[in-house]
Design a protein around this ligand. Sequence first.
Ligand code: FAD
Ligand code: MG
Ligand code: MG
Ligand code: MG
Ligand code: MG
Length: 551
Amino acid sequence: AAASSGGLVAYADSGSDAAVEKPQLPQRKKVVVLGTGWGGTTFLRNLDTRLYDVQVISPRNYFAFTPLLPSVTSGTVEPRSIVEPIRRILEKKGGEIKFWEAECFKIDPQNKRIHCRSDLGTNLEGNGEFLVDYDYLVVAVGARTNTFNTPGVVENCHFLKEVEDAQKIRRSVMDCFEKASLPFLDEEERKKNLHFVVVGGGPTGVEFAASLHDFVTEDLAKLYPSIQHLVKISLIEAADHILTMFDKRITHFAEDKFGRDGIDVKTGYKVVKVAKDAITMQNPATGDISVPYGMAVWSTGIGTRPFIVEFMKQIGQGNRRVLATDEWLRVRECDGVYAVGDCATINQRRVMEDISEIFKVADKDKSGTLTVKEIQDVLDDIYVRYPQVQLYLKSKQMNGIADLVRSAKGDAEKESVELNIEEFKKALSLVDSQVKFLPATAQVASQQGQYLARCFNKMKDAEEHPEGPIRIRGEGRHRFRPFRYRHLGQFAPLGGEQTAAQLPGDWISIGHSSQWLWYSVYATKQISWRTRMLVVSDWTRRFIFGRDSSC
Ligand code: FAD
Ligand code: MG
Ligand code: MG
Ligand code: MG
Ligand code: MG
């Protein structure tokens, strides 16, 4: 009876409190999202927006399906078909989400505030600048093209990063053909105008070169019969091969195919200068050579945006090249700031940094040594926290930790081996060599956006059960697993309706069948039924009528 009356009193107490205070909706925390690309958009689409006061800031009021940008350069797909207005995406979420078309130019982590500027407001008071407060900031601003400070690149080359870039390239290709057709040009000048140079043999450069080649041979050759034999496409790559991130079989197939197609693949050449009408490259054997060109596309990798570089300096990451997060995508030493996609990289925790602590946790009986069983009991948690351990065992073709333990002991026979801390260290000393950095792809950015949204959806619970830097066992129900990337495979379209595909488990497929796989994957991945229909009808139109050459 005493217990129940105690309960009753407590209830009455809280009841009278509530009666005194005005009933109030709980204050929702402010989430500010920077960027409407793959990372930002996927985050927003998966976020339970009823839980937060959400504001989205990006200089672009649409999402762009970047894998189809190379197809836009040749008019295979129309620009409209690969973009989706961000307001339409937000509208589908219901509730109120605010979008500001502006650019963040400074993050102020001390005051949990960002500085923004809108181009649309530059003629107004304050020059279009404004401040936005946040409780949580999700940085998904992507990267910029890296020119490696090569002189003349910004002035004379096209980039292929945004929809406008792809449109400009398309126009520029047509201009080169029309210019080369003019009556008063001599042969040399025609050749110069029809020399298309692609700098960078990564997936984007290769796909662009392939789609340009298709455009020229399938469509433009017929329309410009008198000059078609003067067209030349060069692909310049500083490394020894193109597509180095793919399996060797794909690299070789691509190089052979381009060779047969007459695309001049120049590997081992570094572009050192781009002038208005000549491009200079360097090779140890030949020294500097300069070649005249009509149009050049620069696609040699990505770099950090300047305001992110400033932010990194502020938070003690000034010596790094890319913004670092932990495996929960939290920016280190920076309360409430998260980063996803191309603007950041995950700093995978090393086993060797935590080895003593892992040992202590695993040594349940406090004997000062670990049995195979003790290690096995914590192994699942180690695999989650340190994926490199699993990768290492796989690379050594070991079935489990027992193999590793025995190999450290140099005793392959005995079942009852035990390791002291020094031996444990020795056994795991090489696993960190398997730490992998994730590639800058849409696949990574969108998986990170989705992961982070799920964490945010459970955040309130999680605040009551925060995870420590390493918690191996027995943590609360709501702990988050670290982000884990699932590689679903990668395509390299090579032109002529042929695509190379590298799927999980090193499954390689090259040719027309993978082209159909490519069509179906990219159709399914479209962000809405509207863009899916548009893209598929663009493809169909192209099959029937070819590509449009009026620009
Ligand atoms: P992004 O998608 O680049 O988005 C960045 C967003 O931030 C943009 O909305 C931008 O406007 C905004 N922003 C920029 N500055 C600011 C600022 N100061 N304040 C606020 N907002 C800002 N990946 C694949 O997996 N498969 C492919 O086939 C593939 N093909 C590609 C082809 C091309 C031509 C290119 C360029 C990329 C391709 N990628 C592909 C890579 C993929 O597009 C990127 O990895 C992905 O876009 C990264 O997502 P993100 O959200 O980090 O950045
Ligand atoms: Mg983004
Ligand atoms: Mg994007
Ligand atoms: Mg990244
Ligand atoms: Mg023990």
